[in-house]
Design a protein around this ligand. Structure first.
Ligand SMILES: [Zn+2]
Length: 333
């Protein structure tokens, strides 16, 4: 991030951005802890953003439960919590800019129509959009969604996963910014918010590695700076699927906060002494802030996590997609 030497803004600003679809579980604790400790190790700020842009998927009360659970685990964030549901005007303005620049276009196609015309599956498991409306809506058809015209290849170096390359037209296709149901797409809202908040560093789970080239492409279209990215391994069940509400990951027990933090530190390769699990939350944080070593984070996309068996079983790339598609589809080069 380009910050002028005269600016009062910190050089490093990180964030944790949970979706309020359920309570905090071990997988989201790992992402929160990695992003917070990396920010503090750089003398930076750490912000929290509630990604409730997808109103139909948001569960009432989940955001408040996540924030309370973070506090019980000793997290302290900078600045006010940003709620994406308050940001619709900013997303609308950004979309208007892309439309004015000829980079976004209206699309009339239904999912069935796309499936009938496209046999290719993209990185997120959906059919590649065949480009039907790229040159204008077919006669007599009304706009349902808005899509971004993608071109070329995006490459970047992830701080954990190394060099990544994705050819957007072949692996993603023209993707949706504003959905047919009137909801702004996750990819779009994240990019607008990261830029508005001045986020310099994104540290999050490797299940979002496939999304990053799309987000970088959008940043270029919108003239935004590009943050640095670090995708830490996600916690998976033994079968290789990511811990999530959908896979019945248990909610974290706040009364076991110190033990939960110690388990997350171990998952991130930090080797906390086992007796630390009996210490106070404040003592765990003191140890973690002093011992944090980014280079020790395992350089894989996922690790099996089971409370009693530790976190040393690495999952092969390509097994973490679940219903979202193959995480391993991004080429590491
Ligand atoms: Zn279309």
């Amino acid at each position: 991030m380009s910050v002028s030497p005269h600016s009062a803004a910190p050089v490093y600003r990180g964030r944790f951005a949970p979706s309020p679809t359920g309570p905090l579980h071990f997988g989201s604790l790992v992402a929160a802890l990695a992003s917070c400790l990396d920010a503090r190790a750089h003398g930076g700020e750490w912000w929290v953003r509630i990604e409730d842009v997808d109103a139909p998927r948001s569960v009432p009360g989940a955001a408040e439960s996540i924030l309370a659970c973070l506090e019980a685990h000793g997290f302290a964030w900078d600045g006010p919590v940003l709620w994406q549901s308050t940001r619709l005007e900013a997303y609308r303005a950004a979309l208007d800019g892309l439309r004015a620049a000829g980079l976004a276009y209206a699309c009339a196609c239904s999912r069935q129509e796309i499936a009938a015309l496209s046999a290719q599956i993209g990185v997120d498991g959906a059919r590649l959009y065949p480009g039907t409306c790229r040159l204008g809506l077919p006669p007599g058809r009304a706009a349902r969604a808005w899509r971004l015209k993608v071109t070329g290849e995006v490459t970047f170096v992830d701080r954990v996963q190394g060099p990544v390359r994705q050819c957007l037209p072949q692996e993603v296709g023209d993707f949706v910014l504003l959905r047919g149901d009137g909801q702004f797409a996750y990819q779009f809202a994240v990019v607008v918010d990261d830029a508005m908040q001045g986020i310099s560093d994104v540290v999050r789970g490797a299940d979002l590695l496939d999304s990053t080239p799309r987000q970088i492409f959008l940043q270029r279209c919108l003239g935004y700076p590009q943050p640095r990215y670090a995708h830490v391994p996600v916690a998976t069940h033994a079968a290789g699927e990511k811990l999530s509400k959908q896979t019945r990951a248990p909610a974290l027990a706040p009364e076991q906060a110190a033990a939960n933090l110690v388990a997350a530190l171990a998952f991130l390769g930090q080797r906390p002494p086992p007796e630390l699990a009996q210490a106070s939350v404040a003592e765990v944080w003191a140890w973690a802030l002093g011992a944090w070593d980014f280079a020790c984070i395992p350089r894989c996309r996922g690790q099996v996590w089971a409370p009693d068996s530790g976190a040393d079983a690495t999952v092969a790339p390509g097994r973490l997609g679940g219903q979202q598609g193959a995480v391993g589809a991004v080429q590491s080069v």
